[in-house]
Design a protein around this ligand. Sequence first.
Ligand SMILES: [Zn+2]
Ligand SMILES: [Zn+2]
Length: 153
Amino acid sequence: MLHLVGPVAANVRRQSTPMRTASCSCGQLTAIVVGDPVRVSVCHCLACQRRSGSVFGAQARFPAAAVTIKGESREYVRTGDSGGQLHFNFCAMCGSTVFYTLAHAPEFIAIPVGAFADPAFPILSTRSTSTACTRGWLCPKTSSTCHEVHATA
Ligand SMILES: [Zn+2]
Ligand SMILES: [Zn+2]
């Protein structure tokens, strides 16, 4: 067995393709992803607030081929404002949404960023959707314009 230590091990880790695991609260349902997300977005719409229980939804999009799902999930289908259907998949044991698919973009799988529970998760190519931040206290200094601030962050 090859053991790598010190700077050599660090270099190998940096150059290898990252693998990350998103999980529900109880751990029964997981999504293992290879590579970085192609897009990370933040949505302030009320439907995303209701789904996530937070004041905005943050999700990362991966090529479907880069995602391996393990465990049992239930599905909830919601029709978005633009008419497209979103298929949310959640753990039947604990209720956490671990991934969802978009009928108009089947080549991607979206995963809530929080499901990775990873403070170092790469926030690449962030975009913000829906009209504006709906919570002034979230960004009190910028209030109604914080939507644009998030979009360029
Ligand atoms: Zn669970
Ligand atoms: Zn939304």
